[in-house]
Design a protein around this ligand. Structure first.
Ligand SMILES: [Cu+2]
Length: 128
């Protein structure tokens, strides 16, 4: 009887482990790598390459600037959805820099390519 119980517990353990493993890997897929991690930076940089903004989320402190570099042959723009900033056309290897003085979440996109996935700059107060 004792052996059966142990076997059942071990089996349940394997099931739990499998479930945990699955949920961990799926959450990784939903959260693409962020070069800057979760720690807000004073000044940040981002790239536009292969029709994608990277990192997808950039954490910044107020007063900090972000410089975007276009690594594609194609022209792109860095355009905030609520009009806070708009780079205009950025040619290959050109950069655009914007200084963020107000805290908030800025979701930006490319005006030329509607299929490009929007990215975010999350700005928090410097004193926090
Ligand atoms: Cu574009």
């Amino acid at each position: 009887m004792k052996i059966i119980k142990i076997t059942l517990i071990a089996f349940a353990g394997v099931l739990l482990f499998t479930a945990c493993g699955k949920s961990t890997s799926s959450s990784n897929t939903n959260n693409p790598t962020s070069k800057n991690g979760d720690t807000p930076v004073v000044d940040g940089s981002a790239t536009i390459a292969s029709f994608a903004f990277s990192p997808a989320v950039l954490n910044l402190k107020t007063g900090g600037s972000v410089t975007w570099t276009n690594k594609d042959v194609s022209t792109h723009t860095v355009t905030d959805g609520s009009g806070a900033f708009d780079s205009g056309n950025i040619q290959q290897n050109q950069t655009y820099t914007f200084k963020f003085t107000k805290a908030g979440t800025y979701t930006y996109h490319c005006m030329i390519h509607s299929m490009m996935v929007p990215a975010k700059v999350v700005v928090t107060e410097k004193n926090n």
